[in-house]
Design a protein around this ligand. Structure first.
Ligand code: FAD
Length: 623
């Protein structure tokens, strides 16, 4: 029924598990994906959307490395928006509204077409571990399946407990069983586990809503897409979302249910996502605000179901219903399902290495919500890194990690394993110190060659990336070398209220002015000729505009990143004895012994480690 020994077994087919399985199998590892329900592959547990601020960048990175999430997001999208377009390009973040059912279906189709990948529907109830080395998994029906490496991606399912008002029951997600056994087993061999919670809003029947009372939120007029490959196309038609608001009346009704709320009556003790608070949390914490925004989002092309973004709640159903009915456009609302909260086990991620392998058990990897993160993109990117590293380990090749200056994925994993997290961790642009380098438009330049080198990104992706690079470089050179006369440029500058020039000069300097755009440049014949002669597409236009306008910032960040990389190169032996460093503070010695940083740079980011402790370490390392 199964192979004698798999190279990789992935437990769970959520966003992390699906990417992990795809990566390991595509890199040539015999892989088994065991999951509790094969109908729910890459199920979107909460909002039907991919990308968004910082998350869009992660998705582009996954795609650039050769993962599937970007491709699936494109083919299942119903609306595209580039968020933060009014801010600098470091902040631009692509987001799609997704067809929930298509998303899951397209993931399954891609996985089924992936060589080296077997599937099995079962609950994994335990692991086979011998002498701190993983050997396989045990299932709830008593099967034992052997593997050289295991990736756990159990999401919100480990001892999952669902709350709606004062009712609670076991479950991993609405309508699905929780998973038992793994946490206890891992705790028994020395792992630390904790509890977190998250919540989701009600889903409603679009036929019962009055959209004329809401504000339409259409997609971009010129939609783009996630994947750098030519396999997918931008959307030709889109569905709109809608915006409505809560009101003081709505808040008063919600407050009536507080004494039956698991959040306020003490039945939920774990920490929830700070940046995705429930509606009861919002009216409690921001008592002075008399309204909160809600986005009413279609769940797909061919369904009347809508997701009420911003109204996440675990209050009793009757209160949810009564309160929502007071919102504009919801007067006759009918529910498809109520909102709920869920508590689940996670493993503090400081127990992991940069590869997401556990420090305690050789060959055992954790990825996704099990590591205390929240969000599909955060989960998928960890799955990708765990899948890659499990495959590389089996092939006895060097590990694959990304630094903080190379990718948001690098920032995410470094934050998790170095600092840990006490509340569900989600990515923000502010977490990245080199965000001008880590843009959504250049993830292919940063990562595709790396993905290709390890055998994940295909030749076609590499070819496309090189072509884009060649054209971008040539176009930037054109701006650096092309002169423009005063007669040609001054009318354009005048139109933009930008100071006129009194002599011929290079285009680059003018284009670098803050209020001059590519659109303005394209009014020049020489620029338009270059674009036509060299077949310059929108992606290159966008890339070059950023490179010219932000040249100064980019250069500065590169210099800072180089400095950091110098510390990144000072490696610390894995079993280094910090008790030898008597001049280091006691707290730093204790924390560093626990975290076991691999480099002095990582050590400097551990909380409780001060610059003076870093100096002691550097001196000891002979620097
Ligand atoms: P999941 O998507 O949970 O997938 C886990 C998979 O593992 C499932 O397929 C499950 O069947 C399988 N599995 C579990 N245990 C076993 C086992 N023992 N054996 C076999 N298979 C197993 N994110 C946000 O960003 N914002 C939000 O507001 C938000 N709200 C949420 C609300 C709810 C109610 C839930 C459930 C999740 C919410 N999330 C939210 C989180 C988001 O859904 C997750 O971050 C993301 O899905 C995690 O992906 P994952 O792959 O780690 O796990």
């Amino acid at each position: 029924m199964f192979k004698d020994t798999y190279d990789v077994i992935v437990v769970g087919a959520g966003h992390a598990g699906s990417e992990a399985a795809a990566a390991a199998a595509n890199m040539g590892s015999s892989t088994l994906l065991v999951t509790m329900n094969l109908q729910n592959i890459a199920q979107m547990s909460c909002n039907p959307a991919m990308g968004g601020i910082a998350k869009g960048q992660i998705l582009r990175e996954i795609d650039a490395l050769g993962g599937y999430s970007g491709l699936v997001s494109d083919t299942s999208a119903i609306q595209f928006k580039m968020l933060n377009k009014s801010k600098g390009p470091a902040m631009w973040s692509p987001r799609v509204q997704s067809d929930r059912m298509l998303f899951s279906q397209h993931w399954r189709e891609r996985l089924e077409q992936t060589e080296n990948l077997d599937f099995y529907q079962e609950m994994v109830s335990g692991l086979i571990i011998e002498k701190n080395k993983v050997k396989g998994v045990k299932t709830s029906l008593g099967l034992e399946i052997k593997a050289k490496t295991i990736i756990l991606t159990n999401g919100t399912f480990l001892n999952g407990l669902i709350h709606i008002g004062d009712k609670n029951f076991g479950g991993g997600r609405a309508g699905e069983k929780a998973s038992f056994g793994i946490t206890k087993e891992l705790e028994d061999i020395g792992f630390e586990a904790g509890r977190m919670k998250t919540g989701t809003p009600p889903r409603v029947d679009g036929r019962s809503l009055d959209f004329s009372k809401m504000i339409e939120q259409p997609g971009d007029e010129e939609p783009w897409k996630f994947s750098y490959s030519n396999e997918t196309k931008p959307l030709e038609k889109q569905r709109s979302c809608w915006m409505s608001y809560t009101s003081p009346e709505v808040h008063n009704i919600l407050k009536e249910g507080f004494d039956r709320s698991p959040m306020f009556n003490g039945s939920i003790k774990s920490t929830g996502p700070r940046y995705c608070p429930s509606i009861e949390d919002k009216i409690h914490r921001f008592a002075d605000k008399d309204r909160h925004q809600m986005f009413v989002e279609p769940e797909g092309w061919n369904t009347v179901e809508y997701y009420v973004n911003g109204f996440s709640t675990s209050l009793p159903e009757d209160i949810q219903f009564k309160a929502l009915k007071q919102c504009a456009g919801f007067e006759n609302v009918k529910f498809f399902r109520p909102g709920y909260a869920i508590e689940y086990d996670y493993f503090p991620p400081t127990q992991l290495r940069h590869t997401l392998e556990t420090k305690l058990v050789d060959g055992l990897y954790f990825a996704g919500q099990i590591n205390g993160t929240t969000g599909y993109e955060e989960a998928a990117s960890q799955g990708l890194i765990a899948g890659i590293n499990a495959a590389l380990k089996v092939q006895e090749k060097d590990e694959f990690t990304l630094s903080r200056s190379e990718a948001y994925i690098g920032v995410l994993i470094d934050d998790l394993i170095t600092k840990g997290t006490e509340e569900p961790y989600r990515m923000f642009t502010s977490r990245a110190e080199y965000r001008t380098l880590l843009r959504q438009d250049n993830a292919d330049f940063r990562l595709t060659a790396k993905g290709f080198e390890i055998g994940l990104a295909c030749k076609e992706r590499m070819k496309l990336m090189k072509e884009k690079q060649r054209k971008s470089d040539a176009f930037v050179d054109f701006f650096k070398n092309q002169s423009v006369t005063t007669d040609e440029i001054n009318p354009i500058l005048e139109e933009k209220n930008s100071a006129k020039v009194d002599q011929q000069g290079k285009l680059f300097k003018i284009f670098a002015r803050p209020n001059i755009t590519m659109q303005d440049m394209r009014k020049l014949e020489s620029v338009e000729n270059f674009i036509n002669e060299h077949n310059v597409n929108n992606e290159v236009l966008e890339q070059v505009e950023v490179q010219v306008k932000y040249a100064g910032y980019i250069e500065k960040e590169k210099l800072n990143a180089d400095k950091l990389n110098r510390l990144e190169n000072v490696r610390i032996p894995e079993h280094f004895d910090y008790s030898l460093l008597k001049s280091m503070s006691f707290e730093a010695r204790e924390k560093l012994t626990k975290i076991k940083p691999r480099t002095v740079s990582q050590a400097s980011r551990v909380s409780g480690v001060n610059p003076s402790d870093v100096s002691v370490l550097l001196v000891h390392m002979g620097r």
